[in-house]
Design a protein around this ligand. Structure first.
Ligand SMILES: NC(=O)c1ccc[n+]([C@@H]2O[C@H](COP(=O)([O-])OP(=O)(O)OC[C@H]3O[C@@H](n4cnc5c(N)ncnc54)[C@H](OP(=O)(O)O)[C@@H]3O)[C@@H](O)[C@H]2O)c1
Length: 326
């Protein structure tokens, strides 16, 4: 059997805990190291999570010869910088969403991955889940006729005023943080890229979009509408509308182990049970497939780039008050 991949966590972010369980459940992956901006915090984190090696700087983690894969869970504004450094250090990288804050950043990251012959993927975990694949399969099979509209929401109520998500300098804002999910879901279901977008935002005290409302026009008169935000209770939802029916996905971005989606057509509603799958295992196993078996990645960098391009255009539209062509 091939040697398992050794993973290093780049930062002590809250989201790391989502990855630790699947890493430990997977036979092909091992969590070996964590890197933090301070040795004290790295040591405390390593003790808490029983991680063998604690590095007191990101540079030191990247220089660790025992680490094969970096999970980049830093704030959005340094995803590109540290992903590129990790790739140049010969590591494969699973980078948290949004992979970058501009198309130029994504292009530089993709170039570094190609030059160093390493795998780089955006950690859009929901894209690996059987529920997402089922929704797309239903649409592609014509189950709801001609696709017309994908509507989605992702909002939650921010518990504190001190959060990376509220800081414009760290790549904060609701569209980058959670709006990226319904935008990505719509693009995946529709299977093409938006031609024109229009966005409006409510700007919060810190200067980021506290709420964002967007519309995207796709080829063939297909539309997507979404909202994202930090100032309303937790809401996630996807509705897919076609000429012959609708599909409703109540928990599209963070599905649990027991999910059902609804297919409404010919005046009947069918409840479709989704095979149970731990949410974060798919992205971990996909990295192992790509690195160990040379498989193509499930979600391409071109796909990630197009999501970032759509978000940048929506923000530009909200700023200028005009639709933006892509
Ligand atoms: N896929 C998902 O389900 C999901 C869910 C939540 C978040 N995320 C993504 O994961 C990333 C981290 O989110 P999070 O909520 O887990 O963040 P968080 O708890 O605030 O942690 C961010 C970490 O980044 C490091 N860091 C480096 N520079 C920093 C700076 N200037 N200010 C603050 N922290 C800094 C810190 O680690 P050290 O002090 O150890 O260096 C900090 O612990 C974001 O990109 C977010 O979009 C993804």
């Amino acid at each position: 059997m091939t040697k398992p991949l050794n993973w290093g966590l780049l930062s002590t972010a809250n989201i790391n805990r989502a990855l630790i369980t699947p890493l430990r459940a997977s036979a092909r992956n091992v969590l070996t190291a964590v890197g933090s901006r301070s040795q004290v915090s790295a040591d405390a984190y390593a003790r808490e999570w029983n991680i063998p090696t604690a590095h007191g700087s990101y540079e030191s983690l990247l220089a660790d010869p025992d680490v094969d894969v970096i999970y980049n869970s830093t704030p959005n504004h340094i995803h590109a910088e540290w992903t590129i450094k990790a790739l140049q250090a010969g590591k494969h990288v699973l980078c948290e969403k949004p992979i970058g804050l501009s198309v130029a950043e994504v292009d530089a990251m993709a170039a570094a991955a190609a030059e160093n012959k390493r795998v780089l993927t955006e950690a859009f975990m929901y894209r690996h889940h059987p529920q997402t694949l089922k929704a797309r399969e239903l649409v592609a099979s014509g189950a709801i006729g001609k696709l017309q509209l994908v509507r989605g929401s992702f909002t939650f109520s921010m518990p504190s005023e001190v959060n990376i998500r509220l800081d414009p300098a760290l790549g904060g804002g609701s569209i980058w943080d959670v709006g990226c999910y319904p935008i990505s879901f719509a693009r995946f279901i529709i299977g093409t890229e938006p031609l024109e977008v229009f966005g409006q935002q409510v700007t919060g005290r810190s200067g980021v979009d506290d709420s964002f409302f967007g519309q995207m026009k796709f080829p063939g008169e297909v539309y997507a509408q979404f909202d994202s935000g930090f100032r309303t209770p937790f809401r996630t939802h996807i509705e897919i509308v076609g000429s012959e029916g609708t599909i409703t996905v109540p928990s599209p971005f963070k599905p649990g182990l027991d999910e059902k989606i609804s297919l409404y057509r010919e005046d009947k509603t069918e409840s479709i049970t989704i095979p149970s799958q731990e949410l974060y295992i798919g992205e971990v196993e996909d990295m192992a497939d790509c690195i160990l078996s040379g498989k193509s990645q499930h979600m391409s960098l071109a796909d990630s780039r197009a999501n970032v391009a759509a978000i940048v255009a929506l923000l530009e539209s909200a700023k200028t008050g005009r639709p933006v062509n892509l």
